[in-house]
Write a protein that binds this ligand. Structure first.
Ligand SMILES: [Zn+2]
Length: 316
């Protein structure tokens, strides 16, 4: 399995991926976001089609365990639209879950099973039947997603990080980490290193919610990927701040460590549900600005080369 990218419709050659958005949610439901659940397969299909029309070829669905994953629906959407979709196993930060949920489960076994045997068909039955793709094949996750809080890594979050490390060592699957404004990144990378996860196999989600180019250059120097996913979200600064930060990081020689995503993730933000700006915003509005700032070659690296390298199963 090493050397391949694991999508919901099977393993593919990394060179075949095309332009990939490293962070979206085609299905999502969390008590943290009341009224914002993404649970309608037709809407997810329509949103995915508008996303593809904006110039992308695929996405990582970054929804981990217990947050409304619909793996079989993801498989149908991939088959119907032609999108390349990579699904996630893993556990988010504590704030998304009721107290104690998953405390009695063997997360290491669960993550590994979802990467190698198949994703749980029902998110409420993590140890139940496995999801099946439209062609009858078992569907597997392509990455592990975990999460930490703002300058805090709780015992349960630490347990998920340990389990992610074990699953990574066994498979080479990449590890994405939700951070709150890129806090505690170095502490997190230390924890992962102790578990045998090289920084170069880790993506730091939401790096540009703290658009500090000096910090980003230091993070990139460890080998970790910087997830830039703040453009289509609520921000306290103009998009130019994100673009300036990106330009500085690329100029400092770290253009091979940046991933671009939308993380739109809210019903009120989906065009298929009458909202704005929609998944197409990234391709239609943001990517052209990125191209203007860093040029086409560097932009293609962000959209094509880097996600393919990140997603390729390998332990180093
Ligand atoms: Zn997200």
């Amino acid at each position: 399995m090493r050397g391949l990218v694991r999508t919901v419709l099977g393993d593919v050659d990394p060179a075949s991926l095309g332009s990939l958005d490293y962070h979206e949610h085609l299905f999502h439901a969390s008590p943290l976001l009341p009224g914002e659940d993404l649970v309608d397969e037709e809407a997810s299909t329509a949103e995915c089609l508008s996303f593809l029309a904006s110039g992308f070829g695929g996405l990582i669905d970054a929804t981990p365990l217990g947050l409304g994953r619909r793996p079989e629906a993801l498989g149908r959407i991939a088959a119907r639209t032609g999108a390349t979709i990579v699904a996630s196993t893993g556990r988010h930060r504590d704030a998304h879950y009721a107290d104690g949920v998953y405390d009695d489960l063997d997360l290491e076994a669960l993550f590994l099973r979802e990467l190698t045997d198949g994703i749980a068909a029902s998110d409420s039955q993590p140890e139940g039947a496995r999801a099946v793709a439209p062609d009858g094949a078992l569907m597997r996750a392509g990455q592990v997603k975990v999460g930490i809080d703002y300058w805090r890594i709780s015992p349960a979050e630490r347990r998920a990080i340990t389990a992610a490390g074990a699953a990574h060592r066994a498979t080479g699957a990449p590890v994405m980490v939700h951070t709150e404004r890129a806090s505690a990144v170095f502490e997190l990378l230390d924890e992962l290193a102790k578990e045998g996860v090289a920084a170069s196999r880790v993506a730091i989600a939401h790096a540009d919610r703290n658009p500090d180019p000096g910090l980003h250059a230091e993070i990139a120097a460890t080998g970790a990927y910087l997830g830039y996913d703040g453009a289509a979200r609520l921000r306290d600064w103009p998009e130019s701040v994100l673009l300036d930060c990106l330009e500085k990081v690329v100029s400092a020689g770290h253009g091979d460590r940046v991933l671009i995503g939308g993380d739109v993730a809210r019903a009120s933000s989906w065009s298929a549900l009458g909202g704005l700006p929609g998944l197409a915003y990234l391709g239609r509005r943001y990517v052209p600005r990125v191209r203007d700032v860093i040029g086409s070659v560097a932009t293609n690296r962000l959209l094509v080369t880097n996600p393919a390298r990140y997603l390729t199963w390998s332990t180093a």
